[in-house]
Ligand binder design. Structure first.
Ligand code: ARG
Length: 571
């Protein structure tokens, strides 16, 4: 049980004893130290139900509230809040358990689920660009947190490897291969652009490209081989980006849209057999009462076009069915741009009606847009899309300049290593620390700052704590903790909130909770470090404070690791 669950259980029991059996305790970490460590906010609603004065009910709750050995103080405040201050001996004992446990006392979930996190999922016709950054890093953080909590996590990269563009690309690939042996595929962007120029300017080539689309769809072996070759190259470009970014996706996670091709006709047949499909203007559509078009009529979702072609939605329905019937998943998180929200709502609704998902929970984890300084979607100076790999190169270069000016005495290899960890960490953290639903402005200076809620600040905080242990070789891991000062108390409470934060992230798909938590932890550590001498104290006090430092360092490292961000022992 986490700390919050424990308090919740006790307050609920007291509410029940006071007659409010259905009431919620509504426990939260206190927003200010004057309010203790935790605040129970549920009394007011319960009092309303029972038609009692809230403070009178609060008094009854406090009279029976059993927090012996857990809380040192319980107060009633304002209209009926209950403020709980935890007992230092209890905190010390809880931290003792965390210190002995590589999981920092975060218990694995009692009922692990089979959870798929579908993320990144670029279209392979082009190179990955900044538009794929958010999905890749938010998805990766969620996958890491869910796995850490003990769920069986399946990472899925639902790449766009099918569609009419591949006719043009394979035709161009063949043309290039016959023209010269060394192929200009190291830059997919240029390759795509050149193919498009050929397509627009040469009618014969365009004809060939269209022919190739048909050949691909009918399974022509030669064209399929070209397609396969193109897909492999494009995937290797993606892998290079994942490796640079520290995103834990690999080839095993890839199951592209094309994997569902054979199933698409069956989806049509099945939806028809279930009376969900209607012909409308020659196309096969599903009408959804749940969604109204601007005229107030049920919205039509096209499943098969007039010409027999399938759509993005058709593939997604096949994927849902596969994930339920073959993979037997409990939950699927789709980490995809918020602009696709209607698409997912419709897919989830149709899948439910067709019985493709049963009790598998489907969630669209949407996110806003990354903006440039001009408050418009992030672009190059000339208005082009920014390749992700170029952005990462720039991040490392900027971090390198920064590190070189801060630590000119380090040799170049060391400075490069720090720049890599700081540069990539800064880009990821700047994204993860915002609520995923909001748009955010991408700004190099803020993200690379060593002050404020940034990766460099936290990485530096970690390195600073780690450096303590190079000066304290007498640290005895078996020592007892003694908490005396308010700064020690507050740091201890914060350390013990780690499990609750992870639980909330797993529920809501919100990595920024962890960023807020780590930032607060680093801040409380600084306060502790200023108020409580560590290396200058002696005996048990010194050991106990070192232990608090050790736990802080371990929690920072583990937390950043769950966000996919590295740390260094010195920087
Ligand atoms: N390839 C799509 C895109 O780039 C994203 C795929 C999202 N996942 C899905 N199951 N539809 O927009």
């Amino acid at each position: 049980m986490t700390l919050l669950q424990l308090l919740d259980q006790r307050v609920c029991a007291a509410l029940t004893a006071a007659g409010a059996s259905q009431a919620q305790a509504l426990i939260q970490p206190a927003s200010r130290p004057e309010f203790g460590d935790y605040q129970a906010n549920g009394v007011m609603a319960a009092a309303k139900q029972l038609k009692m004065a809230p403070r009178a009910l609060a008094q009854q709750v406090v009279d029976t509230l059993d927090l012996a050995g857990i809380a040192s103080k319980i107060d009633i405040a304002g209209p009926g809040f209950i403020n709980i201050t935890l007992d230092n001996a209890f905190l010390a004992q809880q931290l003792q358990q965390a210190a002995q446990d590589s999981r920092l006392a975060v218990a694995p979930v009692a009922a692990p689920q089979k959870v798929m996190v579908e993320y990144s999922s670029p279209n392979l016709a082009k190179e990955m660009h900044v538009g794929h950054l958010r999905s890749s890093i938010i998805g990766d953080a969620l996958a890491r947190v869910l796995a850490f909590l003990g769920h069986d996590v399946i990472r899925a990269n639902h790449v766009g490897d099918w569609g009419t563009q591949f006719g043009m690309l394979t035709a161009y690939l063949l043309e290039q291969q016959s023209a010269s042996s060394d192929l200009a595929l190291d830059d997919l962007e240029t390759f795509y652009r050149q193919a498009k120029i050929r397509f627009d300017e040469d009618e014969q080539f365009a004809e060939l490209a269209r022919e190739y689309v048909v050949k691909l769809q009918s399974g022509d072996a030669a064209v399929l081989a070209l397609w396969q070759q193109f897909v492999e190259i494009s995937l290797s470009h993606c892998q290079a980006v994942y490796d640079r970014l520290g995103v834990s996706l690999d080839r095993a996670a890839v199951r592209g849209e094309s994997a569902y091709n054979d199933d698409l006709p069956h989806i049509i047949d099945d939806l028809r057999a279930k009376n969900l499909l209607v012909e409308s203007d020659g196309a096969q559509v599903v009408f959804l009462e749940e969604f109204k078009n601007p005229e107030g009529e049920p919205q039509a979702v096209i499943i098969q076009k007039k010409d027999g072609g399938y759509l993005y939605a058709t593939t997604d329905l096949a994927a849902v069915r596969y994930r339920h019937t073959v993979l037997n998943l409990d939950r699927v998180l789709y980490v995809v741009d918020a602009r696709q929200s209607l698409h997912f709502q419709q897919i989830f609704t149709i899948a439910q009606k067709a019985g493709y998902s049963a009790n598998m929970v489907l969630e669209h984890i949407g996110f806003g847009t990354m903006m440039g300084e001009d408050n418009r979607p992030f672009k190059t100076r000339t208005g082009g899309t920014v390749k992700l790999i170029d952005l990462l190169n720039e991040a490392e270069q900027r971090a390198f300049e920064l590190v070189s000016s801060k630590n000119p005495e380090l040799d170049e290899a060391q400075r490069r290593r720090i720049a890599q960890v700081v540069g990539i960490g800064a880009v990821k953290y700047a994204d993860l620390s915002k609520h995923r639903n909001s748009d955010y402005v991408f700004n190099w200076n803020t993200m690379l700052s060593f002050e404020g809620n940034t990766a460099p600040y936290l990485q530096y905080a970690y390195a600073r704590v780690a450096s303590l242990f190079r000066k304290a070789d007498d640290f005895d891991t078996a020592c007892e903790l003694v908490l005396q000062e308010p700064a020690e108390h507050q740091l201890a409470v914060q350390l013990l909130q780690f499990a609750d934060v992870l639980k909330d992230i797993a529920r809501d798909g919100t990595p920024h909770f962890l960023c807020q938590y780590l930032y607060q932890l680093a801040t409380l550590f600084s306060r502790f470090y200023e108020a409580c001498p560590v290396l200058k104290s002696e005996g048990q006090l010194r050991q106990s404070r070192l232990k608090l430092a050790r736990l802080t360092a371990d929690t920072l490292k583990t937390g950043l690791g769950l966000l996919g961000i590295d740390t260094l022992e010195s920087m």
